[in-house]
Design a protein around this ligand. Structure first.
Ligand SMILES: NC(=O)c1ccc[n+]([C@@H]2O[C@H](COP(=O)([O-])OP(=O)(O)OC[C@H]3O[C@@H](n4cnc5c(N)ncnc54)[C@H](O)[C@@H]3O)[C@@H](O)[C@H]2O)c1
Length: 421
């Protein structure tokens, strides 16, 4: 078994050992105390996975809505009980619009996992970093250019003792990490172009008796451009992040089309985009996405074409390189491309089966043993790349990276969160 095969086998089988060091003065390999901010679908899945795959222990919960907090408490008390851990102390449950500040102020929490809707990520990241916490923050790092500027300021204030990750777990999926390493070391020769897509089912409506229009909007944030950033910035970002990462660059301009051709429900997010991104050296990424209905057409992935070969990187189906440096991920013939099951909570199977687990382990390793992470600037670069495509689509003309930074769209929440106190 050569070194690369050993690393592949080690990551896929969970052979990642934490070195004994201290976390905020606690003993070697003792629990990293995790506070979950946003007890929804994704937040619950990731914090559960942290609990099961790492030494992190969920000790605190925060959410704007008390019903979500109560559901989180019931769930994590069960998870903790199964792991022989104490239930969550009631004094570490925070709800309302200031819950994020109360969680950040808690001395009983080492790590804050931010799983709130995208509009709040940068504000919540700022509070958590200022309080000296380690942070795992979901993508996107901002929904408009102004938020990304704030995020970059926050990045500068991260102390050497803090670790901050952004939720691009696809980079940690063993088959994707393996093919990316080959592409980055030149296996495809000169890159000519990329073709990529993200075709997903619609998000489902959430309703509660007697709710206000604002509460409905907040619970259905995925339909709302200001709250989510639209499908390019919120969902398709995973694929665009992989393109940036594999090319080692961000797009310098984009032109795009798209619209809201199928959806008729509340909100203003588009249900399809077609974007032509231009990267340095004239490399074009032809990207298309849809998000509506649900007839089993889920398919996400990319194909990179180079002078020496082509790499195929789908969520489901063979991850491989054909051409001069032919290679295939050893397990990836078990599903056909486009046959995967969509997971609204991001906990996908197939090629992404170990993505969350391995990302979480590497993050906890960075906290316990170092070196510390600071992924904010990289998260911003990918978020801006998606905003470039969104702005090109919404304006109907080519937009450059410089124009985006100077004149990018800005969004406001348009509601007073104090009503949820
Ligand atoms: N990495 C992935 O694969 C992946 C997958 C799904 C979702 N996500 C991201 O995770 C985040 C959460 O998505 P979700 O699907 O769990 O949504 P969700 O609606 O299920 O959960 C969001 C939670 O945040 C709470 N919340 C809303 N506003 C808040 C505020 N201001 N303060 C405190 N709590 C607030 C809500 O009450 C809810 O419990 C989003 O940023 C989304 O983009 C990532």
């Amino acid at each position: 078994m050569n070194r690369r095969d050993f690393i592949q086998a080690g990551t896929a089988s969970g052979l990642l050992l934490l070195k004994p060091k201290t976390v905020f003065g606690s003993e070697a390999n003792s629990a990293v105390r995790l506070g979950l901010l946003g007890c929804g679908n994704r937040g619950t899945a990731v914090a559960t996975s942290f609990s099961k795959s790492t030494t992190a222990q969920v000790v605190a919960l925060a959410d704007i809505f008390s019903d979500k907090l109560a559901a989180g408490k019931a769930h994590f008390d069960e998870v903790n009980s199964a792991l022989g851990r104490a239930p969550i102390d009631n004094k570490l449950l925070f709800h309302g619009p200031h819950a994020f500040e109360q969680l950040a102020a808690s001395p009983d929490v080492d790590l804050i996992q931010i799983s709130t809707p995208p509009f709040f990520h940068v504000q919540h990241l700022g509070a958590a970093v200022a309080a000296g916490k380690h942070v795992y923050c979901e993508k996107p790092t901002g929904i408009d250019v102004a938020q990304t500027r704030q995020a970059l300021e926050i990045a500068k204030s991260v102390k050497p003792s803090q670790s901050v990750d952004v939720g691009f777990q696809c980079r940690s999926a063993p088959p994707i990490a393996a093919v990316a390493a080959r592409i980055q070391s030149g296996a495809l020769g000169k890159i000519a172009a990329i073709s990529a897509n993200y075709n997903a089912p619609a998000s489902t409506e959430k309703t509660r008796a007697g709710e206000s229009a604002d509460e409905y909007r907040l619970r259905n944030w995925l339909w709302d451009r200001a709250l989510s950033g639209d499908i390019l910035v919120e969902q398709n970002i995973h694929i665009i992040d992989l393109c940036n990462w594999m090319l080692g660059a961000h797009p310098i301009k984009a032109s795009a089309t798209g619209g809201r051709n199928i959806l008729t429900h509340a909100g203003d997010c588009w249900d399809n985009y077609q974007v032509d991104f231009t990267y340095p050296n004239g490399v074009h990424l032809s990207f298309s996405s849809t998000q509506f209905g649900d007839y089993g057409g889920f398919d996400a992935g990319l194909k990179i074409f180079g002078s020496l070969g082509m790499a195929t990187v789908p969520y489901s189906g063979p991850v491989q390189i054909v051409g001069s440096n032919a290679w295939a991920w050893r397990d990836s013939t078990k599903t056909a491309a486009g046959s995967g099951t969509f997971a609204a909570n991001g906990a996908f199977s197939d090629n992404l089966e170990f993505a969350d687990r391995d990302k979480e382990r590497s993050f906890i390793e960075s906290i316990v043993s170092g070196p510390k992470h600071n992924q904010i600037a990289s998260g911003v670069e990918t978020a801006l790349s998606c905003m470039l495509g969104r702005m090109a689509g919404l304006t109907g003309r080519e937009v450059t990276w410089e124009e985006l930074l100077a004149h990018g769209e800005s969004y406001s929440l348009g509601m007073n969160l104090e009503q949820f106190a």
